[in-house]
Design a protein around this ligand. Sequence first.
Ligand SMILES: NC(=O)c1ccc[n+]([C@@H]2O[C@H](COP(=O)([O-])OP(=O)(O)OC[C@H]3O[C@@H](n4cnc5c(N)ncnc54)[C@H](O)[C@@H]3O)[C@@H](O)[C@H]2O)c1
Length: 369
Amino acid sequence: MDFLCRSIKDGSYRIYQDWGLLDNATSIVNAHQMRGPFFIISDDRVFRIYGKRLIQALSPASTFHFLVRPGETSKSLANWKHIQDFFLQKGADRRSIVVAFGGGVIGDLAGFAASTYMRGLDLIQIPTTVLSQSDSSIGAKVAVNHPQAKNLIGSFYQPKLVLTDPALLATLPQREFAAGLGEAIKYGVIADKELFNTLDEHIQEILSYNKEFLNQLILRCISIKIRVVEEDERETGLRKILNFGHTVGHALEQATHYRRFRHGEAVAWGMLAAGRIAIGRGMWDRAEFERLQSIIRRAGSLYPLGRLKPSQVLVSMKHDKKKVGKKLTFVLPEETGKVTLVSDITEEEIKESLRYIFSLDPKKTGRIN
Ligand SMILES: NC(=O)c1ccc[n+]([C@@H]2O[C@H](COP(=O)([O-])OP(=O)(O)OC[C@H]3O[C@@H](n4cnc5c(N)ncnc54)[C@H](O)[C@@H]3O)[C@@H](O)[C@H]2O)c1
C-alpha cells in the first residue's frame, strides 16, 4: 500500500507500507530515480540486526554508514555535529541521499542532520519501531534535544520517501513495542473511535504480533497522521491535537534527563493526566477514560515513575516550548475520537492530575499491568 503526503512548497512525498518491504527497497528507490550514494544513519542495535539487508537492498549503489548508541540521549547536538563531520569526511554532496534507519530517535536526528548539510540533502525514512512507523516518520518534524528541553533545536524537513516494513517490528524488545503502542493509542483518542475500539478488543492480538492487526494498526495511524499534517504541516492549528499526552509526557522525559522513560511511555502517563483533567472538568465520559486506562495498562505502556516527584514534573512543564506566555496548552478529549485545545488549565488542576498519575504508580520496578 502506498500513500501520498501532500506538503507545502512542493515537498510532497510517498509513504510505502508493506510486510517484507525492506528487501524490495531497491525497486522503489529506483522508481524514484534515487541512485545514491546513500549515507545510512542508524543505531548499533538496528544496524546489527538489519544493516546487511539494507545495504544489500540498496546495492549496487555505494553506501556509507554512521552509527550512534541506541536511545534518546543520542538525539543530541553532539551527534548532529559528528554526522556533519561524517558527511564531510566521506565527501557527501548534493547527490547524496541520507537514509534514516531506525526508530524515532534516528528519524529525528538523521533528518535534522540531512536538513542542514549543504542546506539540505535528500532524505529517506525507513522507520523500524511501532512509534516511528505509526507516527514520527511522517510529518517532517526533525530535531535534537537540548539538555533543558526536548526537540528544542529542529526544523520541518520533508523526506523524499518513507519505507515502512512492519515485519521489522518482530525484533523489537517487548518494552519498546509496548512503549510505541502509547502513541498509537493516542490516535484512537484524538481522531478514531473505531481504532480505539479495536485496540480495546484486540490489544492482545497486537501484542502477540498478529500480522493482520499490526498491519491495520500501522496503516490507520499513518492515514490519520497524513490527514492531520496535510491540513496543518507547521502546527499552527489542527496538528496541535497530536500533542495529546505530550505536555506532561515531555515534562516526565525532561525531568528524568531523557533516561528513564521511552517517549511512548511518557506519553501514556501524559494521556492519563490529560484524561483526568478532562473528566475533572466534566468534558469527557468517565467510562471512556477508564477504557483508555485499561488499554494503556493492558498494552504495558506504563513504566514506573520511580523516585520522581510531582513537583519536579511541574518545574519541567515550565520549560515546555509549546507554552505561550505563561499558559500551558493541554489537548483534552471531548469525546473519544475528538479532542480540543484548552489553555486555561489552572496550576491546581495540573497538580491534581499529577497526584493522580503518581497514585497509580506502585513505585516498584517492573511493569505495571
Ligand atoms: N518527529 C516526530 O514527529 C516525532 C513524533 C513522535 C515521537 N518522536 C520522537 O521519537 C523518539 C522515540 O522514538 P522510538 O520510540 O522509535 O525510540 P528509539 O528510536 O529510541 O528506538 C527504540 C529502541 O528500539 C531499538 N530498535 C529500533 N528498531 C528496532 C527493531 N526493529 N528491532 C530491534 N530493536 C529496534 C533501538 O535500537 C532503540 O534502542 C523520541 O525522540 C520522540 O521525540 C518524533
